[in-house]
Design a protein around this ligand. Structure first.
Ligand code: NAD
Length: 248
């Protein structure tokens, strides 16, 4: 395999499982120094076991907390070339009138605020270097309503706005910022796929339209393409990596 990331330092959040783990391993296999963040120290230890000879720095912490973001960026060192804002959580597939403040605030803190804070922290360095590659993980739920509950949909739509606006302001300074929108992927994400409310109303539609779930490695391939110099003219894009689900 071609080593597209030799000499590059890349932060990956939510690297202990699923898409983040596959992305961290792919980056390591292509020569990157990977700063792997996860709320679970146990999952990071398991990643370290599988990581072979690559340079991996595991940082346990909650990316929804500013202090943990500061510690993560400090661990990465002065130069961060790439950032994969991947950590994310689901809601319970609940519609607007059933949203609790607790779920709304937690989902937004983890799925949106963490991405803003990490970008805010690394962008000044990327601007001085004239080089930065950011990939934010959105979702099928970032472009329409049928893939999750209201809170998660709203949070992933926000990820796309955050991505496009960052691309606009920082593209001229050498930073490319794109989003990958996965469809269904075989990971450990908590997916009470349909609440009773949604199963009754959406079950038949959902079941006939979702393509077979992808492997996390398929998502890692999409993410690494956007991080690499194979996508030089791509900025502010939302790459659907969903087996064609969005075409339906
Ligand atoms: P996953 O649950 O397998 O992995 C996510 C990792 O993030 C876990 O290891 C978890 O411990 C970590 N994490 C959660 N909250 C955290 C926090 N506050 N701070 C630090 N780490 C935290 O999930 P996944 O499916 O690989 O999800 C990755 C991303 O892909 C998410 O943003 C998710 O919304 C998105 N996504 C997933 C699917 C899917 O079908 N799996 C579909 C669309 C989008």
């Amino acid at each position: 395999q071609q080593a597209r990331f030799t000499g590059r330092t890349v932060i990956v959040t939510g690297a202990g499982s699923g898409i983040g783990r596959a992305t961290a391993l792919r980056l390591l296999s292509e020569g990157a120094r990977v700063i792997a963040a996860d709320i679970s120290a146990e999952r990071l230890a398991a990643l370290e076991q599988s990581s072979g000879s690559g340079e991996l720095v595991g940082v346990a912490g909650d990316v929804s907390l500013q202090a943990d973001v500061d510690a993560l960026v400090l661990a990465a060192g002065p130069t961060v070339d790439g950032l994969v804002n991947n950590a994310g959580i689901m809601d319970s597939f609940l519609p607007t009138a059933e949203i609790t403040d607790e779920v709304w605030e937690r989902v937004f803190r983890v799925n949106v605020t963490s991405q803003m804070r990490l970008m805010r922290a690394v962008l000044p360095g990327m601007v001085s270097a004239g080089f930065g590659r950011i990939v934010n993980i959105a979702s099928e739920a970032g472009i329409r309503a049928g893939a999750s509950g209201t809170t998660y949909s709203a949070s992933k739509h926000a990820v796309i706005g955050l991505t496009k606006s960052t691309a606009l302001f920082y593209g001229p300074k050498g930073v490319r910022c794109n989003a990958v929108a996965p469809g269904a992927v075989k990971t450990n994400i908590e997916a009470p796929f349909l609440s009773a409310w949604a199963a009754e109303r959406l079950g038949p539609i959902m079941q006939t339209t979702i393509p077979a779930p992808a492997e996390p490695e398929e998502l890692a391939a999409s993410i690494c393409w956007l991080l690499s110099e194979d996508s030089p003219n791509v900025n502010g894009a939302v790459l659907m990596s969903d087996g064609g689900w969005s075409t339906i």
